[in-house]
Design a protein around this ligand. Structure first.
Ligand code: SF4
Ligand code: SF4
Length: 90
């Protein structure tokens, strides 16, 4: 089966080192929905923020603070463009 590789970046060791976090810049349109729905951001902390990396429209993509992110996956679920993926470490 053919697989597609998207461009992006990886933030290692989120959620107490249990997961890696991938952002696919080719897919992120900078809508900010993930920032709005992150439960840690909702508590007033800066868990998921805008990144220096840019997305498909040259607007900022996003990145989590590995120390604050609990790996709940809400951001990945809510993203309309599947631009975020969390992967459990082996
Ligand atoms: S995985 Fe959960 S805590 Fe981490 S950035 Fe996404 S929504 Fe926020
Ligand atoms: S990762 Fe998804 S939800 Fe977050 S800003 Fe990019 S396109 Fe929007």
């Amino acid at each position: 089966m053919a697989t597609m590789e998207y461009q992006g970046y990886k933030i290692e060791n989120i959620a107490k080192g249990k997961m890696d976090y991938y952002v696919y810049t080719e897919l992120c349109k900078g809508c900010g929905l993930c920032l709005a729905k992150c439960p840690i951001n909702a508590k007033g902390e800066k868990c998921l923020s805008w990144s220096k990396e840019v997305g498909i429209y040259q607007t900022p993509a996003v990145e989590p603070d590995p120390a604050l992110c609990i790996g709940c996956g809400t951001c990945a679920l809510i993203c309309p463009d599947s631009a975020i993926r969390l992967e459990k470490k082996a």
